[in-house]
Design a protein around this ligand. Structure first.
Ligand code: PLP
Length: 440
């Protein structure tokens, strides 16, 4: 009987060890980590270089409070992170996870507008569906009713615009008019809210769990940037899932070359070796807040030397082994394998993603995009079948939690072609088993 509790009652096997893309439970069963946990383990498990770096740091110091000491590892990681960030974003603030990174962007944005004499700006526009974290501030901007509704009176509800799900609306994502159509919804929302009241717009450059690897249509990200600049609205990129090379670029937004004002980063940044995240900010934003008396924010574990030593080693390995390039190459290979499965299983209504942030969506009818009957709980059932077969994938109900089921297939960035074949075979087997279970 365990004293632990998380989200649900269903107990899982006890993890014994993990190496590369594989994990073993204490009964000796092997699993392929086909979702890198929750899209975290970009570098795979038990990387010797990271473990060595962490051991070396442990021999020196595992904690130094940030108000008492800077540490070599936090200084090094901040420099490496700023070097990877878009020009003009050189200020790095460490946190321990994605929700903390998002909260930090909201609070820095708010303090910045105060220094600019614009206290009336407080609204943060986001998208529906979206996921930005589980703390109350991050939930206020999250568009996913099953996670937000129970906490409604405790949060200030923030305005949302639809995510650009062109595939559901029958629009061509390669047509610039589609990108403009969705991006201009931001302008409409800003005008409706009152431009002077809007603080920021937050966007996952490529959707994560909420939309299942939704890639924005052509022109969308650029138009979003233009609108934010025009109305003095800060643009926040939530790169918690897309950052760290997962999409075949270090940041998801690097695919479009657009520059946000603030970035939230976590997951692959620490790759599961330590709880680690960061906010990256435009230099002048931080300078203004510092000149105004300082940032009223900070977590006790922020900049933890052990977590930062892990981060330095993770970024070092990602660069040295060209894992961002591997994510792009293996991502293309995975995408075509998923398309192959789509040809064989009518149930797969859509395949999408970039790099190793790939997903497929099950539907009752590919032509009409009608979702599966929610009572089937496909999102949970297929994951369980795959799990029994030794493959871990990640799922969510994609259409606001009421219906529609997508599955993220996001193995570590070290995955090889042969391992992709293993993943595809197990998916194939699991889909066939799922189909056999469906009522006629
Ligand atoms: N933002 C995005 C895009 C995420 O995918 C997540 C987690 O899934 C978060 C924020 C929250 O991160 P964490 O669970 O580390 O707090």
């Amino acid at each position: 009987m365990s004293n632990l509790f998380y989200q649900t009652k269903s107990p899982r096997p006890v993890l014994d060890r993990a190496s590369g893309i594989y994990m073993w439970d204490t009964a000796g069963k092997r699993y392929i980590d086909g979702s890198s946990g929750a899209m975290v383990s970009n570098l795979g498990h038990s990387d010797p270089a990271v473990l060595d770096a962490m051991r070396a740091q442990m021999d020196k110091a595992t904690f130094g409070y940030r108000l008492h000491f800077q540490t070599e590892s936090s200084d090094d990681l901040a420099r490496m992170t700023a070097d990877l960030a878009p020009a003009g974003l050189n200020k790095v603030f460490f946190v321990s996870g994605g929700s903390e990174a998002v909260e930090s962007t909201l609070k820095l944005a708010r303090q910045y507008v105060l220094t600019q004499g614009q206290p009336q700006r407080f609204k943060v526009i986001s998208r529906y569906p979206s996921y930005h974290g589980c703390t109350l501030g991050a939930l206020a901007i999250t568009g996913y009713a099953p996670m937000t509704a129970p906490f409604d009176p405790m949060m200030q509800r923030m305005p949302k615009i639809p995510a650009p799900r062109a595939y559901l609306d029958g629009l061509n994502p390669d047509d610039r008019a589609t990108g403009l159509h969705y991006a201009n919804m931001l302008e409409t929302a800003i005008l409706q809210e009152g431009p002077d009241t809007v603080l920021a717009f937050i966007v996952e450059p490529i959707g994560g769990a909420s939309t299942g690897a939704l890639v924005p249509p052509v022109g969308y990200m650029q138009r979003i940037r233009e609108i934010c600049t025009q109305y003095g609205v800060l643009l926040i990129h939530d790169e918690v899932m897309t950052g760290g090379g997962r999409t075949g670029r270090f940041f998801g937004a690097d695919h479009w070359g657009t520059t946000p004002d603030l970035i939230a980063l976590s997951k692959g940044f620490g790759s599961g070796y330590a709880p680690l995240g960061a906010m990256i900010a435009r230099d002048d934003i931080v300078d203004a807040v510092m000149d105004g008396g300082g940032f009223i924010h900070g977590f006790t574990y922020a900049g933890n030397p052990l977590a930062c030593a892990a981060g330095v080693a993770v970024l070092g390995q990602i660069a040295a082994r060209d894992l961002v390039g591997n994510a792009e190459r293996m991502g293309a290979a995975l995408y075509s394998r998923l398309m192959g499965l789509m040809q064989r299983y009518a149930l797969i209504g859509d395949v999408r993603g970039k790099g190793l942030l790939c997903a497929f969506e099950l539907m009752a009818d590919r032509a009409t995009k009608a979702p599966l009957n929610p009572a089937l709980h496909a999102h949970a059932r297929l994951v369980d079948i795959a799990y029994d077969n030794g493959l871990i994938i990640y799922s969510r109900r994609t259409r606001g939690g009421t219906s529609g089921d997508h599955f993220l297939v996001c193995p570590p960035l070290i995955t090889t072609q042969v391992q992709l074949d293993e993943i595809t075979d197990l998916l194939d087997k699991s889909l066939a088993q799922y189909m056999a279970e469906l009522p006629a």
